[in-house]
Design a protein around this ligand. Structure first.
Ligand code: PFF
Length: 450
C-alpha cells in the first residue's frame, strides 16, 4: 500500500515543449567537443578527409542510433540505467551499467576542463592575454596545477548541481532556452570576425580543403571520426534515452534527430571556421595537431594575445561561449545518475543531485591532478561510447524491433522513413559500428603499446 502511494505520488516530469526538448538535446551535443575536438581531430586527420568520414558516420550510423535511443527512452519512460532491463529483460542490465559508468567518467574530467575554461575566461576579462606561446604555456601550467584546478572543477560541478536540482522544465529546459540562442549569436559573430583575419584563407584551406585521400584508410582517422561523432552528438551513452524519457508520445523522433544532428554538425564546422583562421593568421599552425588541450588552451589565447584589445574581447567571447556550451553538456551527463537515483531509489532530486556531484568530484580528482590521466580516461570513454552505440543499435534493431515500430508510429513517420530506419538498424548500422569499434580498440591499444 505504501509502495503504491509512493509510486503514485512521484509523477514523472516532462519537457514543457518540443522546442525545449530539442534545445536541451542540442545543448548536450554542442560542447567542448565541438570547439576543441573537431579542430584538433580534423588537423590530425588531413582536414577534409576527416570531415568527410565524420559526416558519413553521422549519416549512416549516428542518425539511426539517435532514433533508437529516443525510441527506447520514450517507450520505457525511465532513465538509461533501467531502460534496457525494462525493454528487454535483466540480461541487458550490463548496458544499463555502461550508461551509468560512461557519463560519470566523462563528467569527472569534463568538469576539470570546464574549470580551465572558466579560468582563462576570467584571466581574459580581468588580467589580459599571454603575448606568445611560451607565456601561454606557463599560464596553462599554472591553471592546471594544484588548487586552482580543483576550484574550477568544484565551481562547475556546483553550478551543474544547482541547475539540475531545478528539475527538467525549470532547470535543464530553462537553462538551454537561454543559453542556446546566446551561443549561436556569439558563434556567428566570431566566425564573421575570423573571416576578416589576414590569413583566414590559409586557415580554411587547412581545415576543409586539404584533402589527403590516404587518411581515409588510416585507423587513427577512422577512430577519430567515430569518437568525434559519438562524443559530439552525446550518443551511445544513454543521454538521449534519458532525455527522451521525459517526452510526451506525440513528437516526431526522426525529425528531431535530424534537427539535433544538423545543428551540432554546423556548430562543429563553424568552430573550425573560427579556430583555424585564428591559428593560421598568427602562424601557429605547427602547434594545432599536437594535442587537443594545446589547441584550445595554449594556441588560441596566445594567438589572440597578439591582437590587442580586440583579441582580448574575442577571447572573452570565445571562452564565454565555450563555458556556456560546456555547462549545457555537463548537466546532461549528470542527469543520467540523477535520474537513476530518482527512478530506482525514489530519492528526491535535490539529494540525488548532491550525491551525484559529490561522487563525480571525487572520481575527477586524478584528472584534475594529471592531464595524462585525463587524456587516458577520455580515450577509454570515447571507445565506450562506440560500444554503447553498437549495443543500442543491436538491441533496438534485433531484440526489440516492435518498440521501434510503436515509436515510429507514434511519431507519425512515413512508411518510407519507417522502412529505412528499420533496415538501417538491423542490417547496416550495427555492422558499421562494430567495424568502427574494432578499429578504435586496435588503434587505442596500438597507441598505448608503442
Ligand atoms: N557532446 C558534448 C561535447 O561535444 O562536448 C560532450 C558530451 C556530453 C559527451 C554528453 C558525451 C555526452 F554523453
Amino acid at each position: 500500500m505504501v509502495f503504491i502511494l509512493t509510486e503514485k505520488s512521484i509523477k514523472r516530469e516532462q519537457w514543457g515543449s518540443k522546442l525545449g526538448f530539442v534545445l536541451a538535446a542540442v545543448g548536450s551535443a554542442v560542447g567542448l567537443g565541438n570547439l576543441w575536438g573537431f579542430a584538433y581531430r580534423s588537423s590530425q586527420g588531413g582536414g577534409a578527409a576527416f570531415v568527410l568520414l565524420y559526416i558519413l558516420v553521422v549519416l549512416v550510423v549516428c542518425l539511426p542510433i539517435f532514433v533508437a535511443e529516443f525510441a527506447l527512452g520514450r517507450n520505457t519512460s525511465t532513465s538509461a540505467f533501467l531502460a534496457p532491463i525494462k525493454a528487454a529483460g535483466p540480461r541487458w542490465a550490463p548496458l544499463g551499467w555502461l550508461f551509468l559508468i560512461a557519463p560519470l567518467a566523462i563528467a569527472s574530467y569534463y568538469a576539470v576542463i570546464m574549470g580551465w575554461t572558466a579560468d582563462i575566461f576570467i584571466q581574459s576579462l580581468f588580467v589580459g592575454l599571454p603575448l606568445n606561446p611560451e607565456e601561454s604555456s606557463s599560464l596553462f601550467d599554472s591553471i592546471h596545477s594544484g588548487k586552482r584546478d580543483l576550484i574550477g572543477q568544484i565551481f562547475s560541478l556546483g553550478l551543474g548541481a544547482y541547475i539540475i536540482s531545478g528539475g527538467i522544465k525549470k532547470g535543464i529546459e530553462k537553462l538551454n532556452k537561454i543559453c542556446i540562442p546566446i551561443l549561436f549569436i556569439i558563434l556567428i559573430s566570431l566566425a564573421i570576425w575570423a573571416a576578416f583575419l589576414t590569413n583566414s584563407g590559409v586557415g580554411y584551406r587547412n581545415f576543409l580543403l586539404n584533402f589527403d585521400i590516404n587518411q581515409l584508410a588510416n585507423p587513427t582517422t577512422i577512430r577519430n571520426a567515430f569518437s568525434q561523432a559519438f562524443f559530439s552528438l552525446s550518443l551511445g551513452i544513454g543521454i538521449m534515452i534519458t532525455y527522451a524519457s521525459y517526452l510526451n508520445k506525440k513528437s516526431d523522433l526522426p525529425k528531431q534527430a535530424i534537427q539535433i544532428a544538423s545543428l551540432d554538425t554546423i556548430v562543429g564546422l563553424m568552430a573550425g571556421l573560427i579556430t583555424f583562421p585564428i591559428i593560421f593568421s598568427f602562424g601557429l599552425g605547427e602547434t594545432i595537431s599536437k594535442s587537443t588541450i594545446a589547441t584550445l588552451f595554449i594556441t588560441i589565447p596566445s594567438g589572440l594575445g597578439q591582437y590587442g584589445s580586440i583579441g582580448r574581447l574575442v577571447a572573452i567571447l570565445f571562452f564565454g561561449l565555450a563555458y556556456i556550451a560546456a555547462i549545457t553538456s555537463l548537466i546532461s551527463l549528470l542527469e543520467i545518475p540523477v535520474a537513476t537515483l530518482i527512478d530506482k531509489f525514489k530519492i528526491k532530486r535535490n539529494l540525488a543531485s548532491i550525491l551525484t556531484v559529490g561522487f563525480t568530484f571525487i572520481i575527477g580528482i586524478p584528472s584534475a591532478l594529471s592531464t595524462n590521466i585525463l587524456g587516458n580516461i577520455d580515450a577509454i570513454a570515447n571507445v565506450l561510447l562506440i560500444l554503447g552505440g553498437f549495443l543500442v543499435s543491436f538491441l533496438v534493431g534485433w531484440v526489440i524491433p516492435k518498440t521501434l515500430d510503436i515509436e515510429l508510429k507514434n511519431s507519425g513517420s512515413s512508411s518510407l522513413t519507417k522502412a529505412y530506419l528499420k533496415f538501417m538498424l538491423k542490417y547496416v548500422t550495427p555492422i558499421i559500428v562494430a567495424w568502427g569499434l574494432i578499429i578504435s580498440v586496435y588503434d587505442l591499444l596500438k597507441g598505448w603499446l608503442s
